[in-house]
Design a protein around this ligand. Sequence first.
Ligand SMILES: [Zn+2]
Length: 125
Amino acid sequence: MTETTRYRELLEEERARLLGLKENLTESTQDAEHRSPGDPSAGGDIADAGSEFFERSRDLSIAEDVEGQLADIEHATARLANGSYGSCEACGQPIDPARLIARPATRFCLDDQREAEREVQVRTA
Ligand SMILES: [Zn+2]
């Protein structure tokens, strides 16, 4: 088995896992929409409505995260096809194979990933 084949399989597995996750999330947000919040027989009080809102917005943010990860996988698959897969998009150095196996859709080496995360923290602080 070549390295490329191995990474392609890892990306496929990850894509399948995320698509399954997305399906579950879509079902749970649709359930929430079908339930009437004003229905007194549902016994809903303000606390319930609040936690339901929380649950739903949490699902939505997970869904956004899943979308982002799926986009990364598409991106990684394209790079696999054009031969640039496995090199860091920031510094161009090869990414540690152990890191690629753990996170096949990763775009950066560990150093640049840390750097990027630090920048995000600074921006949101
Ligand atoms: Zn790098």
